[in-house]
Design a protein around this ligand. Structure first.
Ligand SMILES: Cc1cc2nc3c(=O)[nH]c(=O)nc-3n(C[C@H](O)[C@H](O)[C@H](O)COP(=O)(O)OP(=O)(O)OC[C@H]3O[C@@H](n4cnc5c(N)ncnc54)[C@H](O)[C@@H]3O)c2cc1C
Length: 410
């Protein structure tokens, strides 16, 4: 139990009481990388054009080089016992996004093909593509957004069909042939080496069937659109992928129609839980900046932290960050150790953390007064980044409907 002397200053991740030596070391190393590389490079990329962000001389490549040097391989993490895996992933992804939300998403999206191959036990493909670690997840179509994350139809309008997809794979002459396109929202689309493609499965029946294919993006027939220009997470390159009769060996089919829902729900469960961790990190960054500014800014003859209402607001920011962290880590841990993961837990973590990041970033701007609106201070970027997170990986409203459907008894 607690003693009589109260703790005044907390560590950056607040109420962490039980980190092992390994966890503390990893957390510190990733924090250093986030502070020295992700944060300054993220601000630099934010001010550049999307074309400059993906150019050969872009500082983006420094991020990937130095991240590799950290030695955080997914294969090594997956070899740890489930509880340790969950705890380490939780620490790492919060720190990465504390450095920069868009870059953390880029590093996370790069892992999606490996994550799905692990989930679907495709060790043959993992080995085949071990030298191409920069991946992406292609699921959103130009004509299908949130609904692509709901293959089981939980949120579908009653009595209305789903409509034709924009990208299909079919089996022809013992090969997979892919035709169509994915939307401009594919994270890492302009730079990825592989894509875990979630698309239609055309077996000639006309029925709505789907499949998952691993596509090396240097395959003949693959082309890319221009990198997308957007309001937030500008450090994260995004763009269309086009498939013009792309032919691949049959072993690149990672999930056929019978396994599609398992693959889709698996990746959404992991991705939403990771979003919970990451946007907790962004919320924390906003809280820390507001905390620092409140001590530095003198107004009315005193640092503004002396005003009671400033303390009240800071306290609520602190409490929101802690609550978001607790839920995100709990969802990640549950999904690692339970016999079956809980998508509703991951969705709760994603919605809570992204809303928290947005609200706390907005409160941080308010704390900075007029300065908060200027590009000279970093808080306006946090608000723009957080705004995009409420749409990313499924709009929060649609995810909540899906989560609610999972709570309803059959
Ligand atoms: C930063 C970022 C990164 C992304 N990364 C990727 C990626 O790596 N790969 C990829 O494939 N995609 C990616 N996306 C796409 C993302 O998953 C989609 O943008 C998202 O699913 C929403 O689709 P949409 O934009 O077409 O909006 P829509 O689905 O068209 O939604 C528009 C509006 O309608 C509402 N709505 C839609 N359906 C329902 C419903 N059933 N009930 C109630 N309201 C509904 C929504 O809430 C929203 O307000 C990313 C998006 C962003 C912003």
């Amino acid at each position: 139990m607690t003693g009589h002397t109260l703790r005044v200053e907390l560590e950056p991740t607040g109420l962490d009481a039980d980190l092992s030596e390994l966890e503390s070391t990893v957390q510190l190393n990733v924090r250093r990388f986030a502070e020295k590389v992700l944060r300054p490079v993220g601000r630099q990329l934010d001010a550049m054009t999307p074309e400059q962000v993906v150019a050969a001389d872009s500082p983006l490549w420094q991020v990937y080089q130095e991240y590799t040097r950290l030695g955080l391989s997914l294969t090594d993490i997956f070899e740890l016992p489930p509880v340790e895996q969950a705890r380490l992933m939780s620490l790492v992804f919060e720190e990465l996004a504390w450095g920069d939300g868009g870059l953390a998403v880029s590093l996370g999206a790069a892992m999606v093909p490996s994550m799905v191959m692990h989930q679907m036990q495709r060790h043959d493909l993992l080995e085949l593509y071990a030298d191409r670690p920069l991946g992406c997840w292609g699921i959103t179509d130009p004509d299908h957004g949130s609904d692509m994350l709901d293959g089981s139809g939980h949120t579908r309008h009653p009595g209305v069909g789903h409509g034709r997809l924009n990208c299909y794979a079919k089996i022809q002459n013992e090969q997979i042939v892919i035709k169509g396109q994915k939307s401009a929202w594919v994270s890492n689309g302009p730079i990825a080496q592989t894509c875990m493609l979630f698309c239609g499965y055309d077996d000639g029946s006309g029925e709505d069937k789907r499949c998952v294919v691993l596509v090396p993006l240097d395959a003949p027939g693959v082309s890319r659109g221009l990198p997308l220009d957007k309001m937030g997470q500008r450090a994260l390159p995004q763009g269309e992928l086009y498939f013009d009769d792309v032919c691949l060996p049959l072993n690149h089919l990672v999930a056929g129609p019978e396994d599609y829902i398992k693959a889709e729900q698996g990746v959404l469960t992991d991705a939403n839980a990771l979003m919970g961790l990451m946007w907790t990190g962004v919320a924390r960054a906003a809280y820390e900046l507001a905390h620092q500014y409140a001590h530095e800014r003198k107004q009315g003859g005193v640092p503004i932290i002396q005003h009671q209402n400033v303390r009240y607001r800071l306290f609520h920011m602190f409490a929101r960050v802690e609550a978001s962290r607790a839920l995100a880590r709990r969802a990640v841990l549950f999904n690692s150790v339970a016999p079956a993961p809980a998508l509703q837990g991951s969705i709760a973590a994603k919605i809570t953390a992204t809303q928290t990041a947005f609200d706390v970033a907005s409160m941080a701007i308010q704390m900075h007064g007029g300065n908060g609106l200027t590009r000279e201070y970093p808080v306006e970027k946090l608000l723009r980044d957080a705004r995009a997170s409420m749409i990313e990986d499924g709009c929060n409203e649609m995810l909540a409907i899906k989560g609610g459907s999972l709570l309803a008894k059959a």
